[in-house]
Structures are given as C-alpha cells and as structure tokens.
Design a protein around this ligand. Structure first.
Ligand SMILES: Cc1cc2nc3c(=O)[nH]c(=O)nc-3n(C[C@H](O)[C@H](O)[C@H](O)COP(=O)(O)OP(=O)(O)OC[C@H]3O[C@@H](n4cnc5c(N)ncnc54)[C@H](O)[C@@H]3O)c2cc1C
Length: 353
C-alpha cells in the first residue's frame, strides 16, 4: 500500500500524541510547529484516568508518573480556607506542561518530519490535514469559516509554581465572590491558579501586572493563599485571558480533521482540556491505523464530538457557578447543603473526611 501523507498543524499535546500514535509504516507524517523550543514556564496539568490510559497507549505513562505528582486530596474552600467539601483524589496525576511535552516528544518516531515555523497558509494537499493548532486554530478557520473563531471569556487565568509542598489543610479550590484560587502539590513545589473577571488582555497579558492585580484581589483570602502569591514571580507564572471555541457539530470536513483545543477549547474549570486533547489524538490515531480514512473520520466524530462538546458546556457551567458574583449567596447555600449531606453520609459510613 502507498504511504499516505498526513500534515499535522501544531506540535502541542494533541499534535505530538497523534504523531506518536500513527503507524510509521503506513503514514508519512509532518508536524508543523511554530515553537522553536519547549515553553520555559508551565504549570501543572491534571491527568484524569482516561488520559492516563492514552499516555499508557503511547508508552509514556510510567515516565509521566515518575516526573509528576499524585493529587490525593483536595477540598472546596471558602476564601478563609474553611473546607465546605473535602474530596479524596481519584488517582489524578499532576504533570507540568513542559515535562508532558518533552515526554510526548519521545513517543514520536524518528520517521516523522518536523517543520519548524508558524504556518500562515495551509500546506498544499496532504491526504489528511490535522488541525492540532490550539484554540486559535487556522485550520478550523480555513475549513469552518470565520464564525468558528475563538472568543475571549471575561475571565483571566493567572497561575504558577512556587517552592514548597502545600499542606493538605490548604490544598483545594477556594471559591470567593467572582473568583477562584486553586492550590495543589506539583513535582518540586506547589501549583497555584487564580481566575476572576478582568479587563487585562484579551491578547497579550503582562504577567507582572496580572500578579499585582491578583495579590490585591486575594488580599483578604486565607494566609496560605497570600503566602503563595507573595512567593509568586514573573519567571514562574503565566497570565492569559481564557478563550473558548464555539460549538461544532463535526470535527472533520473533507480531508481535514480537528483535535484538542482546535476542536473544543473549553474553560479550565473541569481540568479536562489537555486530557481530552490526548484522548482525541490517540483515538484518531488508532482509528486511522486500522481503517480507511473516511471510515476512521466518521468513527472519530461518533466517539468524540458529543462527549467533548458536553464537557465544553459542563466546564462553562462549572465556571459560571464557581465564578458567580450576583448569585453567590445562592451558590453558597447550595454548597452548604451538599457539604452537610456529604458529611452525614460519611458519618453513616464510618469515615470522617
Ligand atoms: C489556565 C488553564 C489551566 C488549564 N488546566 C488544565 C488541567 O489541569 N488539565 C487539563 O487537562 N487541561 C487544562 N487546561 C487546558 C489545556 O491547556 C489545553 O486544553 C491543551 O493545551 C490543549 O492542547 P492542544 O494540543 O490541543 O493545544 P495547544 O496546547 O494550544 O497546542 C497547540 C500547538 O500548536 C502550535 N501552533 C498554533 N498555531 C500554529 C500555527 N499557525 N503554526 C504552527 N504551529 C502552531 C502552538 O505553538 C502549540 O504548540 C488548562 C488551560 C488553561 C488556559
């Protein structure tokens, strides 16, 4: 059988995972990536069990475990630090984005051609062009049109890693009025993130300015939050407006297909974007290895569109609840109810977490 040419635009999480899955005996793969080196700063991505299975399929789960940190427990907290709901970890694995990209890179066969530089015009006709180029995908714009362009949300995401392992008394997510703050262990430190409405951006956001705004905003939060923000610096922090993509009914058109954020960029509230990007890529890669392209694309849409679009909606809904401003008293009353029920059922089951 002649080799089929596959062009993957974007060598991020989804692009590398796909390149690492496609059968090098059947596909002649080129990955186009604008980045010349790994990002210097990268905060922790939480890998859910299904994403861990995708990493296992790529043969790098062990290495990711070695470089990452298991997230065992967390809590939903008030700004004061008081826990409203405590949760035990369900086997979440935290790994920094640069580490993940480095390890995904090792799963890409040497036969894959790398083209470094920004793609402004899609390369001419491969048997299959894959948009793995993230939220502002030019592949999506080219095939789905201007109406598919990503839109900025009103929310800023500021995040980073600071030295020192956080106490389990402090880990979890703090929900204030129109603001959240998260704290979790990371390999070699503590991973933190904050999100709230802001006029900064929507394109490039100055990290120093974002940190200053964040420190002011969280000045009345618990000492654990303030201590982390006092340690945060511009070298180990990132700030960006959160962008999302509009809904799509299908992720393929002709010989073009989308994976990851190019298909379904969602707010980070469920911590699923990178996980779903990995699962898209491994699912698509396996289907292409086993079936003719048209059948593989049809099966990929069937397996992935509904699920990821629902997650996109759920993530926004979760963001709406967590970042509620006007409806905050209702939200907190509801949380109290849930917290009381969980405590009672734990007491009945003989556990007191
Ligand atoms: C604040 C925040 C926190 C998050 N936390 C989590 C989490 O805990 N867990 C989780 O699962 N997800 C999380 N996510 C989501 C996750 O970061 C994304 O879903 C994930 O990065 C998507 O991967 P991707 O490969 O599809 O896109 P990207 O990571 O955006 O990769 C796209 C790649 O394409 C390249 N590219 C783009 N355009 C071009 C071009 N024209 N030419 C050449 N190359 C190009 C880029 O350089 C990049 O390398 C979070 C997101 C945010 C904003």
């Amino acid at each position: 059988m002649p080799m089929e040419k596959v062009d993957i635009i974007g060598g991020g999480i989804a692009g590398l995972a796909l390149a690492g899955t496609l059968d090098p005996g059947r596909f002649h793969v080129t990955v186009y990536e604008q980045r010349t080196e790994l990002p210097a700063v990268g905060t922790t991505l939480a890998m859910w069990p299904e994403a861990q299975r995708a990493l296992s399929g790529l043969g790098i789960l062990g290495a990711v475990r070695n470089r990452g940190a298991i997230i065992k427990a967390g809590a939903l907290r008030r700004p004061s630090g008081e826990a409203v709901l405590s949760m035990e970890g369900e086997g979440l694995l935290g790994v920094s984005r640069p580490e993940l990209l480095k390890l995904l890179d090792t799963a890409v066969p040497g036969t894959v051609h790398r083209a470094i530089g920004r793609v402004d015009q899609l390369p001419v006709k491969a048997a299959l062009t894959v948009g793995a180029d993230g939220v502002n995908s030019i592949v999506r714009r080219d095939s789905w049109g201007k109406r598919s362009a990503a839109k900025p949300t009103p929310f800023l995401a500021v995040r980073g890693v600071v030295p020192g392992t956080p106490s389990t008394q402090d880990t979890g997510e703090y929900w204030g009025r129109g603001e959240i703050f998260g704290l979790a262990p990371a390999a070699g430190g503590s991973n933190w993130y904050a999100s709230f409405r802001s006029d900064l951006g929507p394109d490039k956001v100055d990290v120093a300015e974002a940190l200053e705004v964040t420190r002011k905003r969280y000045a009345n939060h618990s000492p654990a939050v303030r201590d982390v923000l006092a340690l945060a610096n511009t070298e180990t922090s990132l700030a960006q407006r959160i962008w999302t993509t509009p809904p799509l009914r299908t992720y393929s058109r002709g010989n073009v297909v989308l994976v990851g954020d190019a298909a379904h960029a969602m707010t980070p509230n469920l911590g699923r974007g990178a996980c779903e990007a990995l699962i898209d890529a491994v699912t698509l890669g396996k289907l292409l290895n086993e079936h003719p392209t048209d059948k593989a694309l049809a099966a990929y849409n069937k397996k992935r569109v509904l699920r990821t679009q629902l997650l996109r909606l759920a993530s926004s809904a979760m963001g709406g609840i967590a970042l509620a401003q006007g409806a905050q008293p209702w939200r907190d009353a509801l949380l109290n109810q849930v917290g009381r029920r969980v405590t009672r059922s734990r007491e009945r089951a003989g556990t007191s977490k």
